[in-house]
Design a protein around this ligand. Structure first.
Ligand code: 3HC
Ligand code: NAI
Length: 708
């Protein structure tokens, strides 16, 4: 080592004529201002040092560079800008090599693509995930990626936001050399030496062409158009994908500098879009939900074997999620026929994957080897965690927990997947309430990411931490919730679902409500969701609540009239919609409209029309108002926990950030004014949340509580 100097976050050292430039900005080497300035300084230093013949870029820690510093978005830009840093790297007169051993994402891959040569180690991964943040690669990535890997492949990387392996990156043309090992400095120095020995010259990506003649251009454009058409459905409602395609088109058609200028202007447009704000909020929110108070004092319990009680819709889905995570699973059902049905439910998932060519029969057999069916509770005596998923009936569940208390080893975590029931009451059925917790999975449980971890009064903190550990193992997004009817998600759902019913009784058709909700960005409207889940589920809940319902409260009976006919949705061929011959997309049903009309007339309602805008103002006001109550009561730790619940459990459009973030962006004063206006029609239902009033009075928004 000849010389050593350091800049904040970037450290340089000259080793055998190669300047090693180490990016050291934990936790993920994001390209903060200090890193950008450090990289520029290092390049200047290398250029001026006659002893240096090559520059090697490496990342410290597990990551190469995870991209731009997302925390800087929305703040005033600070020089040097990342595109300028990348251009400076590319312009270097001494060869620059990037040695990549971990994630090279977004701006991180753009830095690598600006280098002249790229080496990857096996754990490296590559991606341009800016689209997930409402952006496009804005440091030359839209121009350099097509030059290295072809226009369609580059556009696919940018539109999907996917990560690819080192091997795939090499096959695609992003990586020149693949080496074994974990030390990017050693591998990079060896590669630099070999390049220098061969007399390798500076090789600038900007000098490559995507298509060099008219025929190639036409072919590249046709491929790009085909890709754009194929991804249109997935990117519906998003702002940046069309801009990405525009940039890639420029990479095919225009000189490099013009392409870069277009990229710059479209990047700035994306950066100032509300979608960027919503998506960046979602990025940080879903990481924040794991930061729970119990972590300060507790460690997770051992978790190597689990049991599931009940092999119906949920039990089987949870079993698949656990088996896929490599956990051995014991399934307990009430009798031989049920346990066979439970196993068939599990196998059906794997057989579906085999039919689609996504799983081999051997892999299924290996997974099912971890699965043990039983009709006896004795089979679960030694498991670390049990998830009960039997019928939604307090007495049935209590009886199950008495059995669990009898057979399970001391210290086993006893969880219930109840959707609404009082978990304190379930815990009280055992002599060990400190071990009882709620694990509320969503259907289908092997696919849906959300896991509400419901914390009853007497549970021990290490059980809560164990539940979060389980979520991580199952690759779920956990949200901590308190005990109440419906916890975070279903409690709020019950309120805005009522608004949907009010709207229908007052004059909107269910199809107009669904359409407005879809236009807002949801994949489905509330009546379509009811038809998918089964109208009988909500009906049972309404009947259960009938005894405690406030007689003064408005109650819409239309759904009951539909359920009384046995119209439970898709599974019965009709519900709010008609599903002729097993169709999955429903058709409006004139008979449903007749039922709606009859109910309106029965109540003497004078109907009126509702615009899509008014439908959504009412729907969202109800959602956010109840969300504010849930936060104030401590059922959700912070507004962001409500947001993540809705993003991952209820199809809320991610680019809006979640209901509470949406409310902040609309303005809480506007929302409160709407609620006060609606209260003139129904003051009992539209009671503004005290927290909402308080925030408006203080001129604050929900995000001020996220930071607390
Ligand atoms: N900027 C700022 N902070 C970041 C960050 C980034 N780019 N990437 C991750 N972080 C933070 C996370 O918020 C988290 O902080 P916390 O500990 O305080 O919660 C911490 O780093 C660790 O992140 P993860 O929990 O996600 O760690 P993992 O090991 O699970 O994953 C990762 C690592 C794969 C790098 C993942 O963090 C990731 O995907 N990061 C984002 C990558 C990305 O989107 N890059 C593109 C940025 S936009 C861009 O580059 C624009 C350019 O084109 C101009
Ligand atoms: P389901 O009716 O499909 O399955 C219940 C299973 O439990 C049946 O297979 C039944 O044989 C079994 N069972 C009943 N009593 C039993 C006992 N004493 N011992 C062992 N097994 C017994 O019901 P589903 O939909 O799977 O719901 C289960 C639980 O999950 C309920 O508490 C429900 O509220 C909750 N849930 C349901 C969701 C859904 O969308 N279906 C979503 C989230 C939670």
């Amino acid at each position: 080592m000849l010389t050593e100097s350091s800049a904040p976050a970037v450290v340089t050292a000259v080793q055998e004529n190669v300047m090693v430039v180490r990016i050291d900005n934990p936790p993920v080497n994001a390209l903060s201002q200090a890193v950008r300035a450090g990289l520029l300084a290092a390049l200047e230093q290398a250029e001026q040092d006659p002893a240096v013949t090559a520059v090697l870029l490496v990342g410290q820690g597990k990551t190469f560079i995870a991209g731009a510093d997302i925390r800087e978005f929305g703040k005033p830009p600070q020089a040097p800008a990342l595109p300028d840093v990348c251009n400076r790297i590319e312009a270097s007169r001494k060869i620059v090599i990037a040695a990549i051993h971990g994630a090279a994402l977004g701006g991180g891959l753009e830095v690598a693509m600006a280098a002249h040569y790229r080496l990857a180690l096996p754990m490296a991964k590559f991606g341009l995930p800016e689209v997930n943040l409402g952006l496009l690669p804005g440091a030359g990535g839209t121009q350099r990626a097509p030059r290295l890997m072809g226009a369609a492949a580059a556009a696919d990387l940018m539109l999907s936001g996917k990560h690819i392996s080192a091997k795939a990156a090499q096959a695609a043309g992003l990586v020149d050399q693949l080496e074994q090992g974990e030390d990017p400095t050693a591998a990079g120095l060896a590669y630099a030496k070999a390049l220098l020995a061969q007399g390798a010259a500076v090789r600038r990506t900007r000098d490559f062409t995507v298509a060099s003649d008219a025929t190639q251009k036409a072919a590249a454009l046709a491929e790009l158009d085909a890709l754009a058409a194929a991804t249109a459905k997935k990117t519906r409602g998003l702002f940046s994908p069309a801009k990405i395609i525009e940039c890639v088109r420029a990479a095919i058609e225009l000189p490099f500098d013009q392409g870069l200028a277009l990229e710059r202007s479209l990047f700035v447009e994306c950066l100032s879009s509300p979608q960027r704000e919503g998506l960046v909020h979602a990025f940080f929110a879903e990481r924040e939900t794991t930061k729970i108070p119990e972590l300060q004092s507790a460690k997770p319990r051992a978790l190597s074997r689990i049991a599931i009680i009940g092999g119906g819709t949920m039990g089987a889905g949870i079993a698949v999620a656990a088996l896929d995570a490599g956990l051995p699973v014991v399934m307990v059902e009430r009798d031989e026929a049920s346990i066979q049905r439970g196993q068939a439910n599990v196998e059906k998932v794997y057989d579906g994957l085999i039919a689609k060519g996504r799983l081999t029969p051997e892999a299924k057999a290996a997974t099912m080897a971890r699965y043990t069916p039983s009709t006896s509770y004795e089979a679960i005596a030694d498991v670390d965690l049990v998830i009960e998923a039997v019928f939604e009936d307090l007495e049935v569940k209590k009886a199950v927990f008495v059995e669990l208390d009898r057979v399970c080893k001391a210290g086993a975590v006893l969880a219930t997947n109840t959707s609404y029931l009082d978990i304190d009451a379930i815990a009280a059925a055992t002599k060990r309430p400190q071990d009882v917790i709620g694990l509320h999975f969503f259907s289908p449980a092997n696919i849906m990411k959300l896991l509400e971890i419901v914390v009853p009064a007497k549970v021990s903190p290490d059980v809560v931490v164990t539940a979060f550990e389980l979520a991580k193992r199952l690759k779920k997004v956990p949200v901590r919730a308190g005990v109440c009817d419906g916890f975070i998600g279903n409690r709020i759902l019950a309120v805005y679902k009522q608004v949907a019913d009010f709207l229908v009784e007052d004059g909107a058709s269910p199809y107009e409500v669904d359409e407005a909700v879809r236009q807002f960005g949801y994949p489905m409207g509330p009546f379509q969701v009811t038809d998918l889940a089964g109208g009988d589920i909500g009906w049972a809940t309404r009947k259960r609540r009938a005894a405690t319902r406030d007689p003064q409260a408005r109650y819409v009976e239309i759904a009951d009239r539909i359920c009384e006919r046995g119209w439970f949705g898709q599974k019965t061929g009709r519900g709010w919609y008609l599903y002729p011959e097993g169709a999955r997309v429903g058709q409006p049903d004139p008979e449903v409209l007749a039922i709606v009309d009859a109910e309106r007339q029965k109540k003497g309602i004078k109907t009126r029309s509702f615009s899509a805008d008014e439908i959504m103002r009412r729907y969202m006001a109800a959602m956010v108002n109840e969300g504010a109550k849930v936060v104030a009561e401590g059922i959700a730790l912070r507004p962001l926990d409500v947001d993540v619940t809705f993003l991952y459990g209820y199809g809320f459009p991610r680019w809006r950030g979640g209901p509470m973030q949406w409310a902040d962006m609309v303005g809480l004063d506007k929302l409160l004014a709407d609620i006060e206006e609606f209260a003139k029609e129904d003051a009992l239902f539209w009671q503004p949340a005290p927290l909402l009033k308080q925030l408006v009075a203080e001129g604050k928004n929900f995000s001020s509580l996220n930071r607390a």
